[in-house]
Design a protein around this ligand. Structure first.
Ligand code: NAG
Ligand code: NAG
Ligand code: NAG
Ligand code: NAG
Ligand code: NAG
Length: 397
């Protein structure tokens, strides 16, 4: 009887929360142990390789934080474990204990089954609304309003982008963590302790893309930051016509005004398909002196001619910075990270005092479940210009 019940337990729990609750029974000591394993997949977006997500106390934290969801499930699980122990310890007349056990199982299934009134939150905002004092950290969220599939997501609960807390993190990369890899397809730049991810080699214009699904989270705001570096000679949104007039005789560079092309030397953040612009992070060529009559300097630098042809879809939703001071060459400028609001050259004072830096923020009138896309782009070959990224975090609510 006992082994039969244990079998039920073990087969029941995986269906309750994916593959992440395991019940093991140690016959020698007659104890049942429930363990929640966290990284159910290798998706670094949701299951970042920090110690928090692998420590044993992590399961306890989850249980504490999702008071009405996982905690309730765990309570039921504890009851079950208690009942199993009772059956084991009672030599005769297990009837009452078995009945209780079955009742608890029914409760557990019902608790889990109630997808219409899911006890497990679906977004960080929902947790924040229910328990405003919840700290930032990794939480289990139900996917698509169902609590069948849990995923582990970092919630930023304190104020961000001057717009309160309850932010769900969709994207995260921290290349200072030596175990972290570049997103698929990106090229790893590595020098002087800096690791960053840029475009795969291309002899012409290209964008390297990574997408972050919202997993059904409905949002109206995006808040995030990106840190990149200058490689060689990016030139922000410089118009290809000037650079290479023979290629665009009588017209404009078709890349320039097209959000789907390499319209920037830098990072393009968009949402959904067709792409809607969220933010552009431009890499200028040099921060302390004018380059080619100002054609290659950041639009926010005095003397730059780029301010006259920033794309309509960008408007003021951009940051721009250069990593090199004057006359750059084909090197990876690791000393001055871009878009952090610091270390700007003498011509980039205005660039470095853009509101919000290093955080960009968009506030939409309508909600969406669009995925977010981050592209590292350049309108010339990678040997000539690139802006590899070493860090990003993007939140929605
Ligand atoms: C992991 O992230 C990728 C996008 O980076 C997404 O397509 C995929 O669905 C995610 N996997 C899970 C299990 O969430
Ligand atoms: C994470 O854990 C490993 C091994 O337990 C340890 O060596 C490392 O210092 C820890 N890192 C942090 C940031 O605590
Ligand atoms: C679970 O939900 C299904 C479909 O709504 C229902 O048929 C079933 O009776 C429920 N089970 C329990 C134990 O509540
Ligand atoms: C979430 O719902 C969307 C739309 O209904 C669907 O396309 C997607 O596959 C669902 N994701 C998961 C993980 O169930
Ligand atoms: C966002 O927009 C709404 C109106 O659409 C406004 O009420 C709210 O104050 C805005 N929030 C921020 C932080 O700008």
């Amino acid at each position: 009887m006992l082994s039969y019940l244990l079998l039920i337990l073990v087969s029941l729990y995986p269906s309750i929360s994916g593959t992440n609750i395991a019940v093991t029974y140690d016959a020698a000591s007659s104890t049942c142990t429930a363990a929640i394993s966290t990284c159910i997949d290798s998706n670094v977006t949701y299951c970042h390789s920090s110690n928090e997500s692998t420590s044993t106390s992590f399961a306890e934290k989850l249980l504490k934080r999702n008071a009405k969801g996982i905690k309730a499930t765990n309570q039921k699980m504890s009851d079950l474990i208690g009942s199993v122990s009772e059956i084991k310890n009672t030599a005769t007349s297990n009837t009452r204990a078995i009945r209780e056990l079955l009742e608890q199982m029914e409760d557990l299934i019902a608790l889990h089954n109630s997808s219409t009134s899911s006890p497990i939150p679906t977004s960080c905002q929902e947790i924040k609304n229910k328990e405003p004092n919840s700290p930032s950290g990794v939480y289990a969220l139900a996917t698509n309003g169902s609590n069948i599939n849990l995923r582990y997501v970092y919630c930023h609960m304190e104020e961000l982008c001057s717009s309160g807390g309850g932010w769900t993190r969709l994207a995260y990369l921290d290349m200072t963590d030596a175990t972290e890899n570049c997103p698929s397809g990106f090229k790893l730049y590595q020098s002087g302790g800096v690791r960053a991810c840029g475009r795969a080699y291309n002899a012409d214009a290209s964008c390297q893309s990574v997408q972050f699904p919202s997993n059904g989270i409905s949002y109206s705001q995006v808040c995030g930051r990106v840190v990149g570096y200058q490689y060689a000679t990016p030139d922000a949104v410089q118009h290809g016509l000037w650079q290479n007039p023979q290629r665009y005789v009588g017209g404009t560079d078709p890349k320039h005004n097209n959000i789907n092309k390499a319209y920037v030397d830098g990072v393009s953040i968009t949402r959904g398909s067709p792409r809607q612009h969220v933010w552009t992070l431009m890499g200028g060529v040099q921060g302390s002196s004018i380059a080619y009559d100002g054609r290659y300097n950041c639009p926010c630098s005095p003397g730059s001619t780029q301010s006259s042809f920033i794309q309509d879809f960008i408007k003021n939703n951009y940051f721009c910075e250069s990593g090199a001071g004057t006359t750059p060459s084909r090197i990876f400028y690791t000393a001055n990270p871009l878009w952090d609001g610091q270390g700007c050259g003498t011509l980039e004072t205005a660039c470095c005092s853009a509101p919000g830096l290093p955080w960009f923020h968009r506030n939409y009138t309508a909600t969406t479940t669009d995925y977010i896309e981050l592209r590292v782009c350049g309108d010339q070959e990678t040997d000539d210009e690139d802006t590899p990224v070493s860090f990003y975090e993007i939140y929605v609510k």
